[in-house]
Design a protein around this ligand. Structure first.
Ligand SMILES: Nc1ncnc2c1ncn2[C@@H]1O[C@H](COP(=O)(O)OP(=O)(O)OP(=O)(O)O)[C@@H](O)[C@H]1O
Ligand SMILES: [Mg+2]
Length: 384
């Protein structure tokens, strides 16, 4: 990569060189994925555990920008078991959305590319590696097998089409031989399922005629139209007030039970995670720093970042002068250090934290943490 000037600026020549290099890398990767008739054997894979719906394995997703390569997701591994909810938490910009967009193959192209690792998708009778699947192939699975509830309902809906038409378009795409009447019946049913009382009326309305909470329900109805096995919810309740939020969460929980889907739930809100998730994944600067069952993470947080997160959430009935905030900021994703990414902000550092990025330590069957404080090599000896 081009060398930076002391002030951190790139010259026009350096920038051009980076662009040229980027184009070379991305067009090579794009060519692979855009092939029409790639043999199935290329992306056929095996689940490590057939009880999982999705397995992220050492996923690396980079954005090749003119300022350099942004390593948004840099070696992420975690599982989403069938019928369970996995909560993903972490600071803004730590790569939560990019991880989910990698699974949906909805990264901004051609800059955004999966450069390494596997995303194994369990289809029941076989498993596919999304990281190698051609774009065309995943298109058939998107919506009816994996589906995503987007964060902002106003941008996810098209303002110039009626709600009914937008929902029917989704149904039509995946059910080629459904009749018009059947489609309308199903659309009304979906609107009722997400708790819209005036479903016949809403069917004919435009997005701007609905309240924020109703729009979010429509977006959820759209995501659930084809009974997906895996639902990604990227901050589905951030734009809603707390009473509507509680209703939407109830709705998601109910639906999960009804169709036994798995949910990847992305949020900043630890209260929502505690209520919704069976497992929690804590991300920091493009990596998973800790993961475990919800109880393990909430009762025994191990990584200093998770401990900080827990300390920064308000607790009802507890008087505090000021809520804790973690000092400092996330490192620049273009120039990641080669030691623990959290070291510069950590208040619990030990001498050995100077070393390279810490490996993953098992605290239990399900509880894993990447932190030198638990590395038994030098301290206790033998629980790693
Ligand atoms: N299209 C893009 N081009 C370049 N960089 C990008 C692009 N999309 C995301 N990034 C970078 O990837 C990193 C991770 O972004 P991501 O959207 O996954 O964060 P997030 O964890 O979802 O944050 P938030 O909680 O704010 O939604 C950020 O540093 C972001 O700047
Ligand atoms: Mg996001």
């Amino acid at each position: 990569m081009a060398r930076k000037k002391p002030e951190g600026y790139l010259s026009a020549k350096e920038s051009r060189k980076i662009s040229r290099e980027n184009r070379r890398i991305t067009s090579e990767l794009e060519k692979q994925r855009k092939r029409k008739k790639a043999p199935e054997s290329e992306y056929l894979t095996q689940m490590r555990d057939i009880g999982n719906a999705v397995e992220f394995d050492n996923l690396h997703t980079y954005f090749f920008t003119d300022a350099g390569t942004v390593k948004s997701v840099d070696g992420v591994s975690f599982d989403i078991p069938i019928g369970k909810t996995v909560g993903v938490v972490g600071e803004s910009g730590c790569g939560k959305s990019v991880t989910s967009l990698s699974l949906m193959q909805l990264l901004q192209r051609p800059q955004g590319q999966i450069v390494e690792g596997e995303i194994r998708l369990n289809l029941g009778d076989r498993a596919y590696d999304v990281a190698k699947m051609p774009y065309e192939k995943l298109q058939d699975l998107r919506g009816n097998f994996v589906s995503m509830i987007f964060q902002e309902p106003m941008t996810a809906l098209n303002p110039v089409f009626r709600i009914g038409d937008q929902l029917e378009e989704v149904l039509e795409l995946h059910n080629k031989d459904m009749s018009r009447e059947e489609m309308k019946r199903r659309t009304i049913e979906l609107l009722e399922m997400v708790g819209i009382a005036n479903s016949e009326g809403v069917y004919k309305m435009f997005p701007h005629e609905l309240s924020g909470g109703m729009r979010q329900r429509v977006v959820i109805a759209m995501a659930l139209a084809c009974n997906p096995r895996v639902i990604i919810a990227d901050e589905p309740t951030t734009a809603l007030d707390v009473t509507i939020q509680a209703q939407v969460l109830d709705l998601l929980r109910g639906l999960k039970e009804k169709i036994n889907s798995s949910i990847m739930f992305i949020t900043h809100d630890l209260g929502v995670i505690a209520e919704m998730a069976d497992y929690v994944v804590v991300m920091y600067a493009g990596r998973v720093v800790e993961k475990g069952t919800t109880e393990e993470i909430f009762e025994h947080p191990a990584h200093p970042y998770t401990i900080g997160l827990m300390a920064s959430k308000p607790v009802v009935g507890k008087q505090v002068e000021e809520l804790y905030s973690i000092p400092g900021k996330v490192p620049n994703p273009i120039d990641m250090p080669n030691y623990c990414y959290f070291k510069d902000r950590c208040e619990m550092c030990l001498g050995k934290c100077e070393g390279e990025y810490p490996r993953e330590i098992s605290l239990s069957e399900t509880h894993k943490v990447s932190c030198y404080r638990y590395d038994a090599d030098e301290t206790k000896g033998g629980n790693a």
